[in-house]
Design a protein around this ligand. Structure first.
Ligand code: ZN
Length: 364
């Protein structure tokens, strides 16, 4: 058995180089979608796309990584593992399914160890029309924003107590909902959805239009981390509110597919969901969409890491030691480097791919 470490990279730059090298001999088509911002090592940033198989196939399976930047340490590993999985690639070919691997949807966040992009935008809250119509309101966020991003880091005892009181008053569920569902009022805040289409989201829209829209049936696995029990891959329905689409996702991936809008997921029902792009970019295709969400640390620790990372963005004058500590906490919240976790991730990712291939093959 190969060491799993060769699939999991230490940096965006390394992951990108490995992805392109692994895809090159296999792909019918490779294309890069750059953004203007530069990486943490001064490197160019891009979302890279590899199409494997027949571009004219009726069916395509998309796998995306790093929608949430730093979560790409996991998702890139899943993609590199798939590229090295000759029996699975052959299975896709026999099933008449093309594979569209989209590496680093948010390359800035991947490189800079951040969940959000160069404008602090959470791409998975950014798929809004931004056409002057009101954006989804989230007044509960404004009530806690000041507590989430205090003047000092790490937070003082006073700040911790104030947050505990807030949770006591409003309830944990309502607080979690307010913090994470998405907000459009505090650009320096958590889970900020932006005020326009982010560059990386525009790239993804173009990728879907160019490479996915010609296929009649689309399966999509968007790999995430940071929610749920360590190493557990929660299969989260990612499509619109449509019972027949939910039923199809459960037919493919199992009746344990969780549905945020029905309250059965570790994820709250979010606004501006990125997978929603498929409906406008591929209007003639039938999509079946799933986020595969791997657990890392307890939710409180993940939120603390996110707060620290946003605090650092607002305080570039922070010293080297504190900067390193915050970045390490962010990485730890979204990626577990241990072999047992990596094995759990790759095993469950492989199952999800196989299930999607079977689902796509069976669809007429
Ligand atoms: Zn995520």
């Amino acid at each position: 058995m190969h060491a799993l470490t060769r699939y999991f990279s230490d940096s965006y730059a390394q992951a990108r180089e490995r992805f392109l090298a692994a895809a090159e001999p296999l792909a019918a088509h490779i294309q890069s979608y750059p953004i203007e911002a530069k990486g943490s090592q001064g490197e160019a940033l891009a979302t890279d796309v590899a199409l494997i198989g027949d571009a004219g196939a009726q069916r395509v399976l998309i796998m995306t990584s790093a929608t949430h930047g730093v979560e790409g340490f996991c998702g890139s590993g899943c993609q590199l593992s798939l590229l090295d999985d000759a029996p699975m690639l052959e299975r896709a070919r026999q099933a008449g399914v093309a594979l569209l691997l989209v590496h680093a949807v948010n390359p800035y966040g991947f490189s800079w160890v951040s969940r959000t992009d160069e404008g602090n935008v959470d791409l998975n809250r950014n798929a809004q029309p931004f056409d002057g119509r009101p954006l989804p309101a989230n007044p509960g966020y404004g009530d806690i924003h000041g507590l989430l991003l205090p003047q000092e880091w790490p937070p003082t005892e006073h700040n911790r107590q104030a947050i505990a009181r807030h949770i006591e008053q409003h309830g944990l569920a309502a607080t979690t909902q307010a913090v994470s569902r998405g907000q459009y009022t505090h650009p320096d805040g958590l889970f900020y959805g932006g005020d326009r289409s982010a560059p990386s989201l525009q790239n993804l829209r173009a990728i879907l239009q160019t490479h996915a829209s010609r296929h009649a049936r689309i399966g999509w696995i968007d790999v995430h981390t940071g929610l749920g029990p360590r190493g557990h891959g929660e299969k989260i329905y990612a499509g619109r509110r449509d019972d027949s689409e939910v039923a199809r996702a459960r037919q493919w991936w199992g009746s344990d597919v969780a549905v945020p809008y029905q309250g059965s997921s570790a994820s709250v029902d979010i606004t501006g969901h990125l997978a929603g792009l498929v409906y406008e970019a591929c209007p003639k295709s039938e999509p079946t969409l799933m986020a595969l969400e791997f657990g890392t640390l307890p939710w409180e620790e993940v939120v603390l890491a996110l707060r620290g990372r946003n605090w650092l963005r607002a305080h570039p004058e922070a010293g080297d030691a504190l900067t390193r500590e915050i970045l390490q906490s962010t990485l730890d919240a979204f990626y577990c480097g241990q072999a047992d976790w990596q094995g759990m991730v790759l095993g469950q990712s492989r199952v999800a791919v196989l299930q999607a291939l079977c689902g796509l093959q069976a669809s007429r």
